[in-house]
Design a protein around this ligand. Structure first.
Ligand code: SF4
Length: 363
C-alpha cells in the first residue's frame, strides 16, 4: 500500500473500508497478539486508536482476537488439561491450540523482543515463557516459531519486536533480537515478509491501517528495513512545525520553549524517518516536537543506542554545520540555505543516516 492509499484511508470513511474487508474475508479473522520481552506499551497504545477506536476496529474487521494477554481476563483453573498440554490459565488454551493444534491463525502480531539467551549455553528463550506443554514451560520463542510459520501475516508491532528496542540495547543481557533475526536464527520462513512497525510505542492508527490493508489483500510497500513506506518515508524534520524556527536559526534554550527548534538540545527529528509530524498522535492532536520536549528518535532502528543516544546532546558532527546564532547580519539567509541543504543531504543519505551501529539489532 502506497502513501496515496494511506491518505485515502485517512480522508475516507475507514469504517466502511473495514466493513468491506470483513465481508471480503467472509467471516472471522483469527489474530494472535503474542507478547515477548517488553513492557506491553504497544498494547496500551492500541487502546488510544482513534480512527476508528480499537473496539470498532475489532468489530468492523470481524477480528477474533484469540489471544491478547493484556486485554484478556484471566480464568485460572490450576491443573486444567487439554490436548496434551497443561495450562494454569484457560485464556492460554486458544494460544496453545493455535501453536500446537489445528486452530487457525491468520495474523500474528508480535509485541516485545524475542529473548534468545546469551551464548554460550544460551537459555533458548527461557527468559520468557507462557504456559506449559506436557508439564514443560513453553517459551515465547517456541510459540513465535510455530505461529509465524503458520500465520498468513506476521506484524512486528513496536520498536522491540521490529528492531530490538530497549531490551536489545547496549549490554543486552538476555540475548534480545528483532523478530526477523529470531526467525532467521530458528530457520523459520514466513508466508509474507514480516512487517516492521517501528516506534516506542507503535502508532495505533498505523497498526490498524496496516492490519486493514493486509487483510484486504494489499501487500504493503516495505522499505529495506521492512517498514511500510506509507509511514516511514519522510523524516520528522521535514514536516516539523518548528522547522521554520530551525531555518531561521531560532533555537530553543530550554525544553519548554513554545516556538524554538530543539536541535541543539538533542532533537533526533533530522535522523528519524516517520510520519509522526503528518498524522500526529492522540487523535491527531499533537506529537513530540510540537508539544515538546523533542523527538527522541524512538522510531530510529538504533533506538536507544547511538546515534539516538545520548538523548540530550546534539549529534556531534552531524549534519556537518553548527548553527548557533542569528546575530550576524545576513545570517538568516545563510541559515535558510543551510537548512534546505541539510534537508537535501538527509534525503540523499537516508541509508547512511539510519545505518545501524549495533549488529545485534540489525534486520
Ligand atoms: Fe523540529 Fe527537531 Fe527538526 Fe528542530 S531539529 S525542526 S525540533 S525535528
Amino acid at each position: 500500500m502506497g502513501a496515496t492509499a494511506v491518505i485515502s484511508f485517512y480522508s475516507g470513511d475507514i469504517r466502511q473500508v473495514f466493513a468491506q474487508v470483513a465481508q471480503q474475508n467472509g467471516g472471522k479473522v483469527h489474530l494472535i497478539w503474542l507478547p515477548m520481552g517488553g513492557d506491553t506499551g504497544c498494547a496500551v497504545s492500541m487502546l488510544q486508536a482513534s480512527n476508528p477506536d480499537l473496539i470498532d476496529a475489532v468489530e468492523d474487521l470481524a477480528i477474533s482476537a484469540d489471544y491478547w494477554q493484556v486485554l484478556m481476563t484471566p480464568d485460572y483453573d490450576l491443573g486444567w488439561v487439554s490436548g496434551g498440554y497443561t495450562n494454569e490459565d484457560q485464556s492460554q488454551v486458544p494460544l496453545m491450540d493455535a501453536a500446537f493444534g489445528d486452530a487457525p491463525v491468520d495474523v500474528l502480531v508480535v509485541e516485545g523482543t524475542p529473548l534468545l539467551g546469551t551464548p554460550p549455553g544460551g537459555s533458548q528463550g527461557s527468559y520468557c515463557t507462557i504456559g506449559e506443554n506436557n508439564g514443560t514451560p513453553v517459551t515465547a520463542y517456541e510459540l513465535l516459531q510455530k505461529l509465524a510459520a503458520k500465520a498468513s501475516y506476521v506484524v512486528a508491532v513496536g520498536q522491540c519486536s521490529a528492531f530490538g528496542g530497549i531490551p536489545a540495547a547496549k549490554g543486552n543481557l538476555t540475548g534480545a533480537v528483532p523478530v526477523t533475526e529470531a526467525l532467521k536464527t530458528a530457520g523459520v520462513t514466513t508466508k509474507n515478509p514480516v512487517v516492521n512497525l517501528a516506534g516506542c510505542p507503535a502508532h495505533p492508527d498505523w497498526t490498524l491501517i496496516t492490519l486493514a490493508s493486509i487483510l484486504q489483500g494489499f501487500k504493503p510497500d516495505l522499505d529495506d528495513l521492512g517498514r511500510p513506506t506509507a509511514f516511514f518515508s519522510t523524516i520528522i524534520h521535514d514536516n516539523c512545525p518548528r522547522r521554520g524556527a530551525y531555518d531561521r536559526g531560532q533555537f530553543a534554550g530550554t525544553y519548554d520553549d513554545p516556538v524554538g527548534c530543539y536541535w541543539h538540545l538533542g532533537c533526533k527529528g533530522p535522523i528519524t524517518y516517520s510520519s509522526c509530524a503528518i498524522t500526529k498522535w492522540n487523535g491527531g492532536i499533537s506529537f513530540c516536537t510540537q508539544a515538546g520536549p523533542m523527538c527522541w528518535g524512538c522510531m530510529h532502528p538504533n533506538f536507544p543506542d547511538a546515534p539516538v543516544a545520548p538523548f540530550f546532546q546534539e549529534i556531534p558532527g552531524f549534519p556537518g554545520i553548527n548553527i548557533t546564532t542569528l546575530e550576524v547580519a545576513g545570517a538568516a539567509a545563510v541559515v535558510v540555505g543551510a537548512g534546505l541543504a541539510i534537508g537535501t543531504v538527509m534525503k540523499s543519505k537516508k541509508g547512511d543516516s539510519e545505518k545501524k551501529e549495533e549488529p545485534a539489532k540489525g534486520t
